[in-house]
Design a protein around this ligand. Structure first.
Ligand code: IMP
Ligand code: MG
Length: 177
């Protein structure tokens, strides 16, 4: 489905809805296999990863718990470098198998900070997933366990990702004009 309200603001569609759907199935299948007989807690990083997490967990064929980190680091099109935590997970994380999910791995500051934060809870295991990876922008080294798509150094919106809180509801990943 193409949304009409912003079609003049999007330069191109980078990843279509169809491509997203098949990637979700592929990742969910892998996660289902990897976490069989484990005690999975999915932690969604608000707000950007809502779409990805919602679609992904509906295809993971395992019992699981969902919790949230809410963080802030971006101002318009650039990262501030400091990651402010607005909300931490409420679930017990000690001795559990945590999968931390964000929308995009960019400079690496967010994942580095949240991994450090989660380690304090002494989980049994901790893996990280991002829907998108933009390796050209990396400042802090972070290794993803699960990745949807690698994207070029362009500012992308849609499927949860915003520019000034707009465009999160686009069903595809697009590049702004
Ligand atoms: P990092 O801490 O630099 O890795 O950035 C992670 C956060 O920056 C993500 O969770 C996004 O919210 C935001 N971000 C980075 N690149 C983009 C982009 O191209 N479009 C929209 N948001 C982005
Ligand atoms: Mg974000």
């Amino acid at each position: 489905m193409k949304l009409k309200y912003c079609k003049n603001e999007i330069k191109k569609v980078l990843i279509s809805e169809k491509q997203i759907n098949s990637k979700i199935k592929e990742l969910a299948k892998k996660i289902t296999k990897d976490y069989e007989n484990k005690d999975l807690v999915v932690i969604c990083v608000l707000r950007g990863s809502i779409m990805f997490v919602c679609d992904l967990i509906r295809k993971i064929d395992l019992p699981l718990e969902v919790d949230f980190f809410w963080v802030k680091s971006y101002q318009e099109m650039d990262t501030t470098g400091t990651v402010k935590i607005l909300k931490k997970p409420d679930s017990v994380l000690k001795n559990r198998d945590i999968l931390l999910i964000d929308d995009i791995l960019d400079t690496g500051h967010t994942f580095a900070k949240l991994v450090e934060e989660i380690q304090k809870y002494q989980p049994k295991s901790l893996k990280i997933a991002a829907f998108l990876d933009k390796p050209s922008r990396r400042i802090v080294e972070v290794k993803l366990d699960y990745c949807g798509f690698v994207v070029p150094n362009e500012f992308v919106v849609g499927y949860g990702l915003d520019f000034n809180q707009k465009y999160r509801n686009l069903p595809y990943i697009g590049v702004l004009k």
